[in-house]
Design a binder for this molecule. Structure first.
Ligand SMILES: C[S@@+](CC[C@H](N)C(=O)[O-])C[C@H]1O[C@@H](n2cnc3c(N)ncnc32)[C@H](O)[C@@H]1O
Length: 258
């Protein structure tokens, strides 16, 4: 499988230091830093993910896919596909879409992906920015985006792009971390994601770019559940709903295009 690209390399090699983490979502160079960060951690990304999520991340992806009610002749778009976890989950679902397009701007994440031959034959990988999808209006039936939207430079624009490329009747499912509403669960999540996870993940990945300090900080400072649902409505999605997973620390948002 080849990777098509409409993108030049970015600069942003500085990594996430304390100053940049003060308000990561408001930085003009957020996208460049995010791209450089994922390029740096790509080789160990999947290993870290399954260790720090205690293997639960696969189940969260299955919940998102079930919410989409995929049909056998659907074209699926996985935005922020990374190393392809969601693509593999879509390709092994029943029924499965006829074509899966995976989009990501990190060249190294795309290169680190591995696909069985039958999955590769139904998948097209495109290196592009989710904020400027190289796809026609109303050209896909279902969209997935797992742990991607928090990284967007401009969240409303990224959601508008999703709505633009979705056909009438299309469905979107977005997975994202969110601090739990319950006080005790929120404390536990803050301790785990802010103290334990960065140490475990940095040890496995030999992180030099602050990726696992960015992770908890970008979750704490990102849109809360109600606001994400509002953003989806503002982008033109209808029948918007959200469901909490993992004691409320993961949300799956669903919307439709009329
Ligand atoms: C946390 S990873 C998630 C990867 C995969 N979806 C998963 O569930 O394992 C986030 C991915 O989003 C990509 N990404 C972030 N912002 C992006 C953007 N604006 N355009 C394209 N890809 C983006 C990163 O390169 C990275 O591969």
């Amino acid at each position: 499988m080849t990777v098509q690209s409409d993108r030049k390399g970015q600069t942003g090699r500085e990594g996430w230091d304390s100053a940049a983490l003060a308000d990561p979502h408001r930085r003009d160079d957020k996208a460049a830093r995010v791209e450089a960060m994922f390029d740096a951690i790509a080789p160990t990304y999947e290993r870290v993910n399954s260790v720090v999520s205690l293997g639960r991340d696969a189940a969260w992806r299955r919940v998102a896919i079930r919410a989409l009610a995929v049909k056998a002749d659907d074209v699926a778009l996985d935005i922020c596909c990374g190393t392809g976890d969601m693509i593999r989950a879509l390709a092994t679902a029943t029924p499965r879409p006829r074509l899966i397009i995976g989009v990501d701007f990190s060249e190294q994440m795309l290169r680190a992906g591995h696909y069985a031959a039958d999955v590769a034959s139904m998948t097209a990988l495109v290196r592009a920015d989710a904020q400027r999808l190289p796809l026609a209006d109303a050209s896909v039936d279902v969209i997935t985006c797992a742990f991607g939207v928090r990284n967007f430079q401009d969240l409303p624009r990224g959601l508008d792009e999703m709505r633009r490329v979705l056909r009438p009747g299309g469905r979107v499912a977005i997975l994202e971390f969110a601090p739990p509403d319950n006080v005790i669960a929120r404390w536990g999540f803050a301790f785990y994601s802010g103290v334990l996870l960065p140490r475990i993940a940095a040890w496995i990945s030999r992180d030099r770019v602050g990726a696992y300090r960015y992770l908890p900080r970008s979750i704490q400072t990102f849109e809360k559940r109600g606001m994400m649902a509002e953003r989806l409505r503002a982008a033109g999605f209808t029948r918007v709903s959200s469901k909490s997973l993992n004691l409320g620390s993961v949300a799956v948002y669903r919307g439709e295009a009329d």
